[in-house]
Design a protein around this ligand. Structure first.
Ligand code: AR6
Length: 378
């Protein structure tokens, strides 16, 4: 997975480089800076003292000394003063400069703390958003595994509107799945609308209309990224499902179908469906796996193995990258032997984002992380 958000102590990360949230002197301090210096040993401070400090938004690199990483990239985040003094751009620059340095040193894996979000006071949710935006932009152009290491999930602020909306949706879907009076049964059959909708009939109509509208993004058909069409699955024949093929093969009602016949009529596989959808969207393979937060090597495996069996988060990552509708998402999941269920928060969160037409995988992953779920991608 090219971008991962994890909970850990950054000094334990066995990656090529870890990033230090330092100050302009580069001579150590508290927070993650103090932890890194303690774990690295005196050699790190000696090397830092030769660097002549570092400006806000810039970065400098040293060895990793006793740490399990090769390099420490020291960057200086802004002190947060309300967000009106260019702090966001300075913070974004910290990520960009650190990633550039990592690339120059040939690093394949880098771990970041949430720069400025401790002693320097940057609100954690906004600091995370800046981190995700900058790292995502970098990963569209570069191959690297980048970790955002969040130390104290307890202080992770999920109070923002997006997250409270998700929390409400998750709760509503849970209630529907786990209760059974008449009112709620009706609600379930109405394609699992949130409980709040049931209690407000006008709002329900509005939401139904909203859901019926295809999202602006989902309507996009691609464009400039057009490329040569792949050969269609099943040798170019019009696609038929295994069940309809069986009907054709076995006209006599009641006749027992042999296992060989059944196995000869397999449905389109996950891999075939994925490649077909990429072509239909006019997307390039690279664009698709980058948007899915999927590693290039894994994508090659899927492409070359028609019977590849992906994990559920991998399937959903591609569904998001391809901006599939809920129905198409369910179909793609079925190709890999999975379904969406209202018994799992993970599934409900994905469903929420698809219904909202929000196909930004990194925002989805932020939400999944906040709700303690595994992330999309591989
Ligand atoms: N691993 C991962 N994250 C950590 C760790 C750790 N071991 N320790 C803390 N964090 P901060 P800043 C998180 O204060 O806001 C220093 O004195 C922490 O929860 O370390 O950029 C420097 O010398 C928070 O989310 O850095 C500067 O003077 C994030 O790391 C000043 O602090 C950053 O918190 C820099 O302040």
């Amino acid at each position: 997975m090219p971008l991962q958000i994890i909970r850990n102590d950054i000094t334990m990360m066995a990656v090529d480089a870890i990033v230090n949230a330092a100050n302009e002197t580069l001579l150590g301090g508290g927070g993650v800076d103090g932890a890194i210096h303690r774990a690295a040993g005196e050699g790190l401070l000696r090397e830092c003292s030769t660097l002549g400090g570092c400006a806000v938004g810039e970065a400098k690199v040293t060895g990793g000394y006793a740490l399990p990483c090769k390099y420490v990239i020291h960057t200086v985040g802004p002190v947060y003063r309300g967000g009106i003094y260019g702090e966001e751009e300075q913070l974004a620059s910290c990520y960009r400069r650190s990633l550039e340095l990592a690339r120059e040193r040939g690093c394949e894996s880098v771990a970041f703390p949430l720069i400025s979000s401790g002693i320097y006071g940057y609100p954690k949710d906004r600091a995370l958003r800046v981190a995700v935006q900058e790292i995502t932009a970098f990963l569209f152009e570069n191959e690297m595994t980048v970790y955002i290491v969040v130390f104290d999930r307890a202080s992770f602020d999920i109070g923002e509107r997006l997250f409270s909306d998700i929390a409400e949706y998750v709760d509503d879907c849970y209630v529907q799945t786990h209760t059974d009076d008449r009112r709620q049964r009706v609600c379930r059959t109405a394609d699992a609308l949130p409980m709040s909708v049931l209690l407000a009939p006008n709002a329900a109509e509005d939401l139904c209309e909203d859901m019926a509208k295809p999202s602006a993004t989902a309507e996009k058909t691609g464009g400039s990224q057009k490329k040569q069409k792949r050969k269609p699955a099943f040798g170019g024949k019009k696609q038929t499902s295994a069940s309809s093929a069986l009907m054709e093969a076995v006209p006599d009602e009641g006749k027992v179908v042999s296992l060989d016949d059944m196995l000869g009529c397999l449905d389109e596989s996950f891999s075939q469906m994925l490649l077909r959808k990429i072509d239909e969207r006019g997307m390039s393979d690279v664009m698709c796996y980058k948007r899915a937060n999927i590693d290039r090597k894994l994508f090659s495996k899927i492409r070359s193995d028609v019977h590849y069996r992906p994990s559920k988060p991998t399937v959903l990552a591609f569904a998001i990258a391809l901006e599939l509708s809920l129905e198409e998402t369910k179909e793609m999941l079925a190709r890999a032997g999975f379904a969406l269920s209202h018994s799992y928060k993970f599934d409900i969160i994905i469903e929420y984002f698809i219904r909202c037409g929000n196909y930004n995988i990194f925002e989805i992953n932020e939400a999944l992380f906040a709700f303690d779920q595994s992330l999309l991608g591989a």
